[in-house]
Design a protein around this ligand. Structure first.
Ligand code: PLP
Length: 369
């Protein structure tokens, strides 16, 4: 283990840690944060700090509540168990959005779907038919498997057409970058090992008062049950800055500190840098023949996960190896795309210098082979 040379992880998740994490981790070790009781004032302060920094960073209004889960996979299950009993509807354009749909079926819901080919956007909402009886609509803002991103205005269109149906947004690989309008999103969730640049093992679940109402109604009708991570247990505990179980205290602490660092830097600066770096990569790809951006339609190109098609000659492993030899780890294509695509993350911790380096290394490789 000791001999592993430090690489920079441009993998889409887990990814490179935010550059301030080592310092915060050291502080946590020195002060015993991972050993303290989760039923005490110190933990309450850590919980309050983390949630208020998340609230500021993502501009979450007071109508929405913030609690902690273990992962985004858990968020799928909790959303289904706590907010639905019968019918759900899922927008699917890649592997993660498909998994939410599969969870719904596994839990016995009558799950409807609109499935477009991997990496495509969705049709105009006027062409999407969602039955009245559906309780929940789900959509991924950024499909990490394909590098496709849905304009946030689409959520507003869904909400305008289906105001009474709960809308759940997966923001795992796009936070903290997008400017979400929470007035049209009932629930949103993410895990922290992608754009937030933290060790895996923590999920954040944001939900509004309407979710609480729906949950309480289903609970009173005896239609749902639930234990430690039922919505009401999470919410009750969050009221006093606590969690039902012994939580990932270290993860919550680090998340709060990283959000504070990002807030200090300013979300506008983070957005500007993200778009600048994405342009470096996409502009380069648009000039190439041997490789190209998988997402052709610029409206749907993800700013945070850039997926590259390999058109002739090389395999994904060739490109992954040449970048790795230069200290940069990128991801392979997802699932059946693993041999002919690579995926490059563009998260807040990734520097402009290294984005230029990726371009240089790939150019040199493609020119000399
Ligand atoms: C990674 C990812 C998930 C799953 O996250 P976990 O933390 O592994 O549960 C869900 N949705 C999207 C879009 C992802 O990128």
């Amino acid at each position: 283990m000791n001999q592993i040379a430090k690489k920079t992880y441009f993998t889409p998740g887990p990814s490179e840690l935010y550059f301030t994490v080592p310092d915060h981790l050291q502080h946590a070790m020195k002060t015993g944060i991972a050993s303290m009781s989760h039923r005490g004032k110190l933990f309450q302060a850590i919980f309050e700090h983390a949630t208020s920094q998340i609230r500021t960073l993502l501009n979450v209004p007071e109508t929405h509540h913030i609690v902690f889960l273990s992962s985004a996979n858990e968020a799928w299950e909790r959303i289904l168990q706590n907010l639905t009993t019968t019918q759900t509807f899922h927008f699917i354009n890649g592997s993660f959005s498909k998994k939410f749909y599969e969870f719904a079926k596994d839990l016995g819901r009558d799950a409807h779907k609109l499935k477009v080919p991997m990496g495509k956007g969705f049709p105009d909402i006027s062409e999407v038919d969602i039955p009245e009886s559906v309780e929940l609509i789900t959509i991924a803002h950024n499909e990490t498997s394909a590098g496709v991103s849905i304009p946030v205005s689409y959520f507003e269109e869904i909400k305008r057409r289906y105001p009474d149906t709960l809308l759940a947004v997966d923001a795992v690989s796009s936070v903290p970058v997008p400017q979400f309008d929470f007035s049209v999103i009932d629930t949103l969730y993410f895990s922290v090992q992608k754009g937030m640049g933290l060790p895996a093992g923590l999920g954040v679940w944001i939900f509004n008062d309407k979710c609480i109402e729906v949950h309480n109604k289903l609970r009173q009708a005896g239609a749902i049950t639930g234990t430690y991570h039922s919505l009401n247990a999470l919410l009750d505990n969050a009221t006093s800055y606590e969690t039902p179980e012994t939580p990932n205290v270290l993860g919550i602490y680090l998340l709060g500190k990283v959000c504070e660092d990002m807030n200090r830097k300013g979300i506008e600066t983070i957005r500007r840098e993200t778009s600048f770096k994405a342009n470096i990569l996409y502009n380069f790809l648009d000039e190439q023949q041997a490789i190209s951006a998988f997402i052709e339609d610029k409206r749907y190109r993800s700013q945070t996960v850039i997926v590259i098609d390999i058109n002739n000659g090389d395999t994904a492993q060739d490109l992954i190896s040449v970048l790795s030899a230069n200290g940069i780890e990128v991801g392979k294509g997802y699932g059946s795309f693993k041999d002919r695509q690579i995926r490059i993350a563009n998260f807040p911790t990734h520097s402009t210098e290294l984005c230029f380096k990726i371009v240089d290394v790939l150019s040199a490789y493609l020119a000399n082979r």
